[in-house]
Design a protein around this ligand. Structure first.
Ligand SMILES: C[S@@+](CC[C@H](N)C(=O)[O-])C[C@H]1O[C@@H](n2cnc3c(N)ncnc32)[C@H](O)[C@@H]1O
Length: 311
């Protein structure tokens, strides 16, 4: 993120009296092969979303345990899911999505990675009708809820997540939050327009416009997860919102060092985005499970290092 642009956006959100309205996504379930390809690329290798996935990976690893069943709601092409599954080979994962195009990519991605601990189901995350009550140990979901058509579906999804989760289970659900000002939304959508396909920029803009407001998250979290999870958002401007259960397992040494290695292999601009996201969440109350001193250290990746974001 450009430091100046970010500061300007921060200041605007702090003082703005605008209240931009939520505009639902044009495509709720992502089936268009070109859009799916652009979205997939954005999360892998040098894609703009790569640091975001790494950041959420650290949190997800802290709410899951070995020998558990973890359900990923709206798994998409399994970029996030494969990253977490690779670091947690003794945990079983089920990815749920309604899009065949996404599920095909997800299966291919996990096969390429040789992952044996991930399976997929086609299903609607607002019902989860194939999953019995209290049948899973943890639920994860990244950048999905804005795809739902309305607040009723948003509540139904959280209600379904609550239903399938065992008491005391782990939870990490994160998504974009709705910014006050249209200019701030444009800032985030277009900040890397020169580094990504136009289709992704438009998809990202639509996602930010479709994001639910923090107040909607607060109400839904209070109804469905009042005792079991805490709601966090990035400081002052809720461009990301996360609902997280208590930490159920501190990062093991292996996982912590893999995450750090992945972070260090990222290009400098990704390391900065990771740091900025960690900063904005930290001052919104959510501490990254990785040591802060590591996060602050930005260094050029070693020449020839392989960027293994799970591409
Ligand atoms: C923006 S993608 C995010 C994918 C993935 N979680 C990630 O972080 O890369 C949102 C995904 O949610 C899926 N989706 C949207 N509405 C859904 C629903 N009602 N039931 C299941 N999947 C849904 C879309 O098909 C898409 O794959």
């Amino acid at each position: 993120m450009s430091e100046f642009g970010l500061l300007k956006t921060f200041a605007r959100e702090l003082v703005s009296s605008e209240t931009s309205a939520r505009v639902p996504e044009p495509d709720l379930v992502m089936e268009d092969p070109e859009k799916v390809a652009a979205f997939t690329r954005a999360g892998r290798e040098d894609g703009v979303m790569a640091p975001v996935y790494l950041y959420h990976c650290a949190h997800i690893c802290s709410v899951i345990r070995p020998n558990e069943t973890v359900v990923d709601l709206g798994c998409g092409p399994a970029t996030q899911l494969a990253m977490v599954a690779r670091l947690n080979p003794e945990t079983n994962f089920i990815g749920i999505d309604l899009s065949d195009e996404m599920l095909d990519r997800a299966r291919a991605h996990c096969k390429e990675q040789g992952l044996k601990n991930v399976s997929f189901q086609k299903g609607d995350i607002t019902a989860l009708s194939d999953l019995p009550d209290a049948s899973c140990d943890a639920v994860m979901s990244t950048v999905v809820l804005h795809q739902l058509p309305n607040l009723r579906a948003f509540h139904k999804c959280l209600e379904a997540a609550r239903r399938i989760l065992k008491p005391g289970g782990g939870l990490y659900m994160v998504d974009f939050g709705h910014l006050k000002s249209e200019r701030s939304i444009d800032y985030f959508a277009y900040q890397y327009a020169d580094r990504q396909p136009e289709l992704f920029t438009i998809d990202y803009l639509n996602s930010l416009r479709a994001a639910f407001h923090l107040s909607d998250w607060q109400k839904a979290a209070a109804v469905h997860f009042a005792k079991d999870a805490t709601l966090y958002s990035t400081m002052v401007m809720p461009f990301m919102v996360a609902l997280k259960s208590r930490v159920r397992r501190p990062l093991s040494g292996d996982v912590a060092s893999s995450l750090q290695a992945m972070r260090k292999e990222m290009p400098v601009w990704h390391q900065k985005d990771f740091r900025d996201l960690a900063f904005f969440f930290r001052f919104g109350g959510l501490r990254c499970p990785m040591p802060w001193r590591q996060i602050l250290r930005i260094s050029s990746p070693k020449a020839g290092s392989v960027h293994h974001q799970g591409a």
